[in-house]
Design a binder for this molecule. Structure first.
Ligand code: SAM
Length: 287
């Protein structure tokens, strides 16, 4: 292989494995071994990666994490300006993807200095590509907000989101998130991708209703990415049409909850508004 290490000062954003250590590219290895300084999230964690690959760094290994990234950006800029090869890694995957990195990259770029990358693993792309869902257009949501209101706002926006939606989720919150999503979009397809490139790698595929039910029944552990099918592009649906559909379902014996779920699914409309409409209908009020 020809040697492709950069000369002159620059910041290299280097991807590291998300599980399988064999996913560290030869170029990433060269950069880690020869950089003047490597910034990482957690020095102990990254030393494990170095020793697994028998890298004896000639550089300094320094911690750059979400709490000191802003403060350290100037230091990184100064090093690059002095002609140093500065490598940035995170604990796993690609720096800047739900990890520190974006601010320091912006600072170096704004100073007119060179930023490049040794690209590689990221759970986002890995999960998307094994999901079985459309990969031509997608949107990455990072981690969902923890507050009910933030999540409700995300779900409302996803109703009109035609692109595939990708987000990171913790195992503790997965069942709740899927149950919430299944109420909103029961028939949308979803892939829950966990432990990619590791021993217990697994992909659960199905409709949201199916996968939410499975996850409610058994514990799903490990690192998780959720990939959700996009919806039909927004088409305004007349409230009279919705009232008629709700009225018909309830007259046919459906519970209010089932009638709402059916209409939400059929018309791609918001759950909360449809539920309120159904309550008004049941109370005998006009729409
Ligand atoms: N920078 C990383 C990347 O490029 O994917 C992401 C860092 S973020 C702090 C960590 C989250 O990524 C985990 O909570 C999980 O949602 C996801 N993740 C990381 N490794 C994973 C893996 N091997 N399988 C599935 N998801 C993974």
């Amino acid at each position: 292989m020809t040697e492709v290490l950069p000369s002159g000062g620059q910041l290299m954003v280097v991807a590291t494995p998300i599980g399988n250590l064999g996913d560290l590219s030869p170029r990433a290895l060269d950069l880690l071994a020869s950089a003047d300084v490597v910034y990482c999230e957690d020095t102990r964690h990254s030393r494990t990666l170095f020793s697994a690959h028998h890298i004896t760094p000639r550089h300094r290994l320094l911690a750059l994490h979400e709490h000191n990234e802003a403060a350290l950006s100037l230091e990184v800029v100064e090093r690059v300006a002095r002609g140093e090869l500065v490598v940035l890694i995170s604990d796993a995957g690609t720096p800047g993807i739900s990890d520190p990195g974006a601010r320091v990259v912006a600072a170096v770029a704004e100073a007119g200095l060179r930023v490049s990358t040794a690209p590689g693993p990221t759970a986002l792309v890995g999960a998307l590509t094994v999901s079985g869902l459309a990969t031509d257009r997608f949107v990455m949501e990072g981690f969902l907000g923890r507050k009910a209101g933030e999540r409700a706002r995300s779900y409302a926006a996803w109703r009109r989101e035609a692109r595939t939606i990708v987000f990171y989720e913790s195992p503790q919150r997965l069942a709740t998130t899927l149950a919430e999503l299944a109420r909103e979009f029961p028939s949308r397809r979803v892939a829950v991708v966990r432990e990619l490139t590791k021993l217990h790698e697994e992909v659960l595929r199905g409709t949201l209703a199916e996968v939410a039910e499975e996850v409610a029944r058994r514990e799903v552990l490990g690192e998780i990415v959720v990939v959700l099918e996009g919806g039909a592009p927004a088409a305004a649906v007349d409230e009279e049409v919705l009232s008629a559909a709700l009225g018909e379902a309830m007259a046919g014996g459906a519970t209010l909850r089932d009638a709402v779920a059916g209409v939400v699914d059929a018309f791609g409309v918001a759950h909360r508004e449809t539920y309120e409409l159904a309550l008004r209908l049941r109370a005998g009020g006009a729409t």
